[in-house]
Design a protein around this ligand. Structure first.
Ligand SMILES: [Zn+2]
Length: 177
């Protein structure tokens, strides 16, 4: 018989909720809970040996501007190289201002404030349409690692702002990703 405390772990004599597990339940659902996590993409900037973002070769030799007129399929006009990984997230729809949101991500990702979050176009069931279509891009303003008293990373809280140039840069209406 499973322990009634399987959802709790002991930390210096005190019982604490296992927040990783709680978030897992919130994201993926459980017997008594509908899944609330949405599938999106975490766009991580590639770094060189010094930890600096790697510039995309599409940048203009003179102006150093990334090519935004001719669609660059490597950086999508960001001017830096990046990789995208699937992520589950929860977005708090209460806005701090017009286009800033708090996102919650599982602990098993590396992330920093140079990275971006990508919302996908989803179908009626809440699953991303295939092939995947990017909907909105969020510029991460601040990353808060949420740790237990024990020091363990439980989840990421991320304050991010919608990238307003999205439609201009990416020509969302006409582009197929
Ligand atoms: Zn490029």
């Amino acid at each position: 018989m499973p322990s009634p405390y399987s959802n709790l772990y002991n930390d210096s004599g005190r019982l604490e909720l296992d927040l990783r597990e709680e978030l897992e339940r919130t994201f993926n659902g459980a017997v008594d809970e509908i899944p609330k996590g949405r599938t999106g993409l975490l766009r991580r900037m590639r770094r060189d040996a010094n930890g600096d973002p790697i510039r995309c070769p599409c940048r203009d030799k003179q102006t150093d501007e990334p090519s935004r007129d001719s669609y660059c399929r490597y950086c999508l006009g960001m001017g830096f190289l990046w990789d995208e990984r699937k992520m589950l997230y929860y977005k708090n729809e209460d806005t701090f201002n017009k286009d800033s949101f708090m996102f919650y991500l599982q602990y098993d990702k590396d992330i920093d404030s140079k990275d971006y979050l990508v919302e996908l176009i989803i179908d009626k069931e809440g699953n991303p349409v295939l092939p995947v279509k990017r909907y909105k891009l969020y510029n991460i303003l601040e990353v808060f690692p949420y740790k237990s008293d024990h020091g363990r990373l439980e989840f990421w809280k991320i304050y991010a702002q919608e990238e307003r140039k999205w439609s201009t840069w990416y020509g969302v209406k006409n582009r197929q990703y």
